[in-house]
Structures are given as structure tokens and as C-alpha cells.
Design a protein around this ligand. Sequence first.
Ligand code: ADP
Ligand code: ZN
Length: 430
Amino acid sequence: MYWHKELETIDRLRLKDLQVERLRNIVARVHASVPFYRERLLQCSVTPESINSVEDIYRLPFTTKEDILANFPFGLLAVPREEIVRVHTSSGTTGKPKAVFFTKSDLDGSAELIARCLTMTGMGKNDVLQNMMTYGLFTGALVMHYGAEKVGILVVPAGPGNTDRQLTLMKDFGTTAIHITPSYALYIGSVLQKNNIDPRKEFSLKRAYMGAEPYSEETRKKIEEIYGIDVYNSYGLSEMNGPGVAFECEEKNGMHLWEDNFLMEIIDPNTGEPLPDGKEGELVLTSLCREGMPIIRYRTRDLTAIVPEPCACGRTHRKITRILGRTDDMFIVKGVNIFPQQIENILMGIRGVAQNYRIVLESLDQMTVEVEITGDLFDGNVTRLVKLQAEITDRLKNEILVKPKVVLHEPGVLPVSEGKSKRVIDNRTL
Ligand code: ADP
Ligand code: ZN
């Protein structure tokens, strides 16, 4: 099902024309009204008239998270302040939050993209979406909320937390889909299992939209199995509207990035050089339609690759793979580069491992992986525990090439966060 078939299946040559036209407009607008960009464009000798092809993007300067912070709060506005009707901030996972501003048309544009995303996965007027993201400054909940209403979906604005109430709401209102972080979905999964609740019997759930933090394919499978639903990956960031930037279709193998709204590049994070489709690198995005605060060549720090093959669903917007991590998530132990995702991928594929884990960095050459395991394993049979601990240690060592210390916990011991989870605890003192 399509929300806007013509745009979603647009011929790629026409898409390119549209992108060039929009790029030129955006460059003209920031050139005229954002002193920060005017100066940067001058340094690169770029004028709006000199933008004639999509490849001209390579002549433009990058915008970094630091640039956004340095212009806090209103420095990057491309419209008079009176045109702005909403502010959101990033959740500040990696430092001070950044402010992002929306005009009325930006809000409508972000809702349109969500409408495309939800319709693409089969949602319609008969559905009930329980939105368990944090309402407030974070874009996650509100942007999804208005997009879902645009489709005509009944939205239950639950917010995160209070798991008993979430389950009651799901039952009372016949929730068919949830919007949730992977860590909270895993947590609710553990509550369901602990209380012997079979979600297939108790609820009408069919789908979950999961994003806001990186998670592995193994985690998706685990959640699909516990709840008996389809899980769709949803990617976005405040600087580019929030959710609705890239989203999985029913093929569930990569996220269509709406290329009429965002120009995407994958670059080598160290050199800034563009990489070809299929190669993994840092995602760089230019907002082509945002009015209030357009951003050019934004270094997202998210690592992914463009899927080179066309999608069977018929949409022509290229897909990106699951986010493999953030450049700033990477840590080094014994000189080896490690991403938390690699560890999660292994853990979630091991029988006996429950839903929660965390990584503690002890020193430059020592890390501990704390893992919750299923309750039935704590039955006094020590040999089984020792075996499982050895298996986890070995499998992790094979993947990350460093032998971690592995500590097993009963379920419910490790802290759970309602918003984005914090998987890595850094106790190193340098
Ligand atoms: P931040 O977390 O940087 O403070 P945001 O709240 O805007 O800012 O969150 C955006 C970030 O969340 C993205 O840049 C990305 O790192 C992460 N993210 C969002 N969706 C996903 C997803 N589906 N998979 C992995 N990471 C995601
Ligand atoms: Zn598709």
C-alpha cells in the first residue's frame, strides 16, 4: 500500500532532477538568510546558481554536530523567528542536546513522511498505535504521533514506562502496533515471560516500529518471536525531522530513505571521501525540504551502507542497511576497535541469554560483559552455568578478538532505561 504512490515510485531520473532543483533552492535560501552558511559557501566558492547536478553536493561544506551547538539556539534559522512553531531537541545521547526548529510546513512535511512509512507497512484507519516513545522535547513520540493521525490511525499516546499500564492499554484499546525502543521492547518481553502472558492470545498486536537506538538482527528476531509480530526498523534523527527519515517496507531488509526529502551520501568517516553504494561508512544527509532550519551535508556519525539492489516492493528510493553503530560508540580494548552492536548480535543469538546486558570498560585492556540469563538456569546446577559462561566468552572472543570477562545475572538485575538505553559503562580513568 502506498501513501503517495507517484512520489514513492518516482523514476530515478526524475528524482535526480527534483533533487537538483531542491538542492539549489536550499543553497539559495541558506545563502540569503543564514550568515553561518553564507560564510561557509563563500569559502568553498559556491553560489546557488552554480548548482547544476546532484554531484555538486561534493563542493559543499559539511555541517557537524559542533556547528549546530556553536549556533545554539537560533543561529541556523533560515526564516524569521515568528515563522517557527515548534522546537525539539536531540535526546543528548552523546552530549549537550541540539535544538531543531520547525515551521508549520516542516511539521506537515514530517507527518507526511511518517504517513508514507506507516502505510508502507500495511497500517490504516482500523489500526491502533500505542506510542511508547518519550513525549516532549524528543522528536520520537510527537513526530510519529502526528504522522499516524494523518493516516487516520487511532493513537494511544502512552509514552514509555509503567509496564502494567501499557499492557492494560493494549488490551483495553485493542492495540495493533507499538512504537518503542528495542531496549524497552526487550524489557516488556521479559515481563510477559515472567508472568506467563502469551501476547498472541492476550493482545491484537501485529507490528512494532523500533528505532532510536541501534539494535541487531538477532534482537529483532527475538522480539518478533516473543510477541508474535513483525518488527520494522525505523531510523531518524532530530536534525532531519526525527523519525520518518528511513523506514523498512514489508520486505524488512533495509530502510527506504526518502530521497526526495533528503540527499544521502556515505563517506569515509576519516577522510570525508564519498564511498560507492554497498560500502559501509558514515551517513551524511542534506535536508532538501526543511524550511525553518535546513542543514547541508550533515555528518550524522551513524554507520551504514546503501543497499545497491532495487527493492521488490517497487519503491525507487534507495535503502540503507541497519545502522551498524555510531562512530562515537566505538571503543578500543587491547588496541581492537569494537562496536556494542557486535556484542549484542552474539549475545542475542545464544540460547539461555535473556533480554538485558551491559558492557563495562574497566581499563584499556579489560572489559566485562554483564549478561542476564533466563531464570530457569538458576536451579542450582552450577555446571550448566559455567558451561554457558564459557560459551558466551568464547563466542564473544571469536567475534571481537578480545577475551572479555563475562558475568551472569538473574533476570531483572541490570538497570533498565525508559528512553534510550545506555549499554556501555566507561570506568576507565586515563
Ligand atoms: P541523539 O541520540 O544523538 O541525542 P536523536 O534523539 O535525534 O539524537 O537520535 C538520533 C540518533 O538515534 C541517530 O543519529 C542514531 O544514532 C540513533 N537511531 C535512531 N534510529 C535508529 C535505528 N533505527 N537504528 C539505530 N540507531 C538509530
Ligand atoms: Zn521496499
